[in-house]
Design a protein around this ligand. Sequence first.
Ligand code: NAD
Length: 350
Amino acid sequence: MSKEVIVLPGDGIGPEVISAAARLLNYVGSFEINSLPIGGASIDKYDTPLTDETLQACRTSDAVLLGAVGGQKWETSDPEAPRPEQGLLNLRKGMELFANLRPVRPSPAAYEASPIRKELLEGVDLLVVRELTGGIYFGQKDRIRHTDKTKDTAQDTCEYSWQEIERIAHVAFRAAQQRKHKLTSVDKANVLETSRLWREVVTDVAKNYPDVELNLLLVDNAAMQIVSKPASFDVILTENMFGDILSDESAMLSGSLGMLPSASLGKEDSPGLFEPIHGSAPDIAGKGAANPLATFLSVALMLRYGLDSPSEAEAVETAVSKALDEGLRTKDLGGQATTIEATDKILSYL
Ligand code: NAD
């Protein structure tokens, strides 16, 4: 029986990169691909960014591939109105995906597309492991409204439990064991209580991994070092919001958000969610200018971690590197290739 992949195109450039990815998937294997709406597309159809049916289909599939969600059309000041991003947060929570892995390995062929100097990029090969279902994005939110809105106040609560930190720390240490045996845990322990707990747990978990060197770094310092000496990092482990920010910063080492894949994993044997880290890019949606490479590299992660097809994963990654080496450049990388031309090129190398 062929494995089932649910594709969730979403909004903006999401449908463009997912349709390119479906071509790629059909090319490398025989998968049952079913497409369902999420985000704004789901709000338009069902008045909710994620239906129970879509969540259930994702939970029982073999793997899920997502494009991106969001756009101005659904932005509103009404706190009760459904929001596209809520669909993604609910999907991650509903699939119990607590670990987000974002590898960053700039291709030498695309060094010139990065704002960082070439000599700093040599040897960069890092992995951001971000906690995905806890912290401030999921804590209690409040808005106290007044007739005079200049008196309004708002609050978001950041909460972490020992167990939530412990399970993500194990994922990161195990990843470091497969790589260069270095782990940098990033927090703000000089100010935040959740960060002090984070440090305590990570230091405790480290005792199980004597072959991994642990460094503890404050987030402001980490933000500086990611651009000043990026090659010094191996695995970066951090909480939800810091991981969101640092992984976008790390993305710029690769020259464009259009180059970075991600995998979100939960318990063993449950399906993972694979997605490019970029958003719906409304500024270029519908223009055929979306770089599909981050989605192709997400397909490679899906083939490896979700569909038990490591040789197909490697073939996709090799085709992407080869195409970049031979000059494939979409607009975000300073070239002219369209989404379809880039896809044709990658398929021609497979
Ligand atoms: P964005 O990632 O959509 O775009 C940032 C910049 O990068 C834009 O100039 C865009 O054109 C460019 N870019 C992004 N992906 C690209 C690609 N594949 N090829 C070429 N260029 C690319 O971030 P944003 O503008 O801050 O957000 C736009 C919308 O996306 C918002 O509604 C936001 O909430 C949403 N968003 C969704 C996700 C997600 O679905 N995972 C992630 C981030 C933002």
